[in-house]
Design a protein around this ligand. Structure first.
Ligand SMILES: [Fe+2]
Ligand SMILES: [Fe+2]
Ligand SMILES: [Fe+2]
Ligand SMILES: [Fe+2]
Length: 399
């Protein structure tokens, strides 16, 4: 299928930025701001459209390696921890190997914390540092130390003085000069506001489309489902488990490979919106307040918001985002009814319940197949979920 990378990248940046914020305490939208700064600096030093596109993609993905540490609270307790810092560069470089960049370049993410003087984690210096790695390292430094909203006045001067002291030592003079110029414009600050950064990146970037199979999309979207699963120890294998079951049911219903893959994609991404829900609520060891409960319920709304941006994902969005709707209209967030829920939406809803009931949680062991089916039958008898599908799930997973 023709696949628009821009739309996909905004979905990934949504996932990454929220996870980095909630788990590591990095101010929200870090990836997008680094991408913005890299883009504007890249433009000023005269990079062409394809290079800009790859630069911005890499900048959005630059901290992707952190996702492997999300579930490991001990290892990330100290974010400055050498292993995590160096490790996220190595893991990040590996995890984007198959990404369809326009140009074949390596070691950009690996060296995104390196500086000209060799003071980075790998002690790479001078001309051995690829230009895009230099730009991302520079943009990352700026957002980490001079995030626009931390300053109320005097931004260009304060950031500028510091950058001048690093010019030609840690960061190339051309990059520093581009930034000094840029940071004086009011739009530099306005563009990076939370309400503007998304549209701004979207509007400014050249649009790039590639040809991908649905199979390619499975590994590309695993970047996101891995982050969702890793985010909370309560649900660490939930999306993966659901995707496996969706694949099994697709085989049972003799779906062709495109339909099967789309269903698996929907399962991989169904809880994407949970990235917006803070872990202190997802993992609360007490009854939730009404507000907190409403927040948890909003996750499928955000799953829809993100996935519906991706062209070609219309079905996938429906199946993923309808998984908490019920046939009798008692579900959320839209209170859809039977006529509005197609077969795969119903299937996803049933499988999500089955997966949740049968998987282990820190506070309880997973239920047996029979017990889970008993509960689902009651729900089907009450007209809430599809009785035929419950019957099939019973057959397929009962053996
Ligand atoms: Fe980083
Ligand atoms: Fe970063
Ligand atoms: Fe859910
Ligand atoms: Fe779920």
């Amino acid at each position: 299928m023709k696949f628009c990378l821009n739309h996909f990248l905004s979905a990934v940046s949504f996932a990454l930025d929220y996870a980095e914020n909630d788990v590591f305490g990095v101010p929200l939208n870090h990836g997008k701001r680094v991408a913005y700064i890299a883009w504007r600096v890249g433009q000023r030093i005269g990079l062409g459209d394809d290079d800009i596109f790859d630069l911005v993609s890499l900048a959005i993905l630059h901290d992707i390696g952190l996702s492997k540490y999300i579930g490991n609270k001990e290892r990330i307790a100290d974010f400055a921890n050498y292993e995590v810092i160096q490790g996220h560069c190595v893991i990040g470089e590996q995890s984007i190997k198959k990404y369809p960049f326009l140009k074949k370049e390596q070691n950009i993410i690996l060296y995104h914390h390196e500086c000209l003087d060799g003071s980075g984690f790998f002690h790479i210096s001078g001309n051995d540092l690829p230009l895009k790695a230099q730009i991302i390292s520079f943009a990352d430094y700026i957002d980490t130390h001079f995030q626009v909203n931390k300053f109320y006045g005097g931004y260009a001067e304060r950031a500028g003085n510091k950058i001048l002291s690093l010019r030609d030592r840690k960061y190339a003079a051309t990059l520093c000069d581009a930034f000094l110029d840029l940071s004086r414009q009011p739009c530099y600050r306005l563009d990076q506001q939370p309400e503007n950064i998304y549209t701004c990146l979207h509007r400014g970037l050249p649009e790039r489309t590639v040809n991908l199979s649905y199979e390619d999309l499975i590994w590309m979207t695993e970047i996101m489902s891995d982050i969702v699963d890793a985010k909370s120890r309560f649900t660490w294998r939930h999306s993966k488990g659901l995707a496996e079951k969706a694949g099994t049911m697709a085989a049972f219903y003799q779906y062709d490979s495109v339909q099967r893959t789309k269903l698996v994609l929907a399962a991989n991404l169904h809880d994407l919106g949970k990235l917006l829900i803070p872990n202190r609520i997802l993992e609360a060891n007490r009854a939730l307040t009404e507000d907190e409960f409403a927040l948890v319920q909003s996750h499928t709304y955000y799953t829809r918001q993100v996935l519906s941006q991706i062209d070609g994902f219309e079905d996938i969005t429906e199946w993923a985002a309808n998984h908490h709707e019920k046939l009798d209209g008692s579900g959320y967030p839209y209170g859809k009814t039977a006529a509005q829920l197609d077969f795969n939406s119903r299937l996803m809803g049933c499988l999500d319940i089955y997966q949740a009931l049968t998987e282990d949680r820190p506070y309880r062991a997973g239920m047996s197949h029979a017990k889970a089916i008993g509960i689902m039958r009651e729900m089907a008898d009450g007209g809430r979920i599809d009785a035929g599908i419950v019957h099939d799930v019973q057959d397929v997973f009962g053996g």
